[in-house]
Ligand binder design. Structure first.
Ligand SMILES: [Zn+2]
Length: 99
């Protein structure tokens, strides 16, 4: 199975950018759901987030995408997120947990 991970990580700078749309879904639906599951089931903070991320990536492994490619793409995405966090803090953005 060939999946172009670049296509999944690189913004195409259009209004319909699939990377932005996927991020919106995660931020508006997946993140609040993970927090709610942790709270409702009295699980440690971030337990569902971390296990969820790993299991979702595990599906990619199952479908034949190499671990190296996944780790490389994940590293790039984490770099982007770190940069966004720094930018948000510089701009006096919303404090953690306000989303
Ligand atoms: Zn985008």
């Amino acid at each position: 199975m060939s999946v172009d991970l670049k296509e999944l990580t690189d913004h195409d700078h259009s209004d319909e950018c699939p990377v932005c749309r996927a991020q919106d879904i995660v931020q508006s639906a997946l993140l609040p759901a993970a927090s709610a599951w942790e709270a409702n089931d009295e699980l440690p903070h971030f337990s569902v987030a971390l296990q969820g991320a790993a299991e979702l990536l595990g599906v990619m492994l199952e479908e034949g995408i190499s671990r190296e490619d996944i780790e490389s793409a994940l590293g790039q995405l984490l770099d982007d997120i770190e940069q966004r966090i720094v930018e948000d803090q510089v701009m006096g953005g919303p404090p953690k947990g306000s989303a």
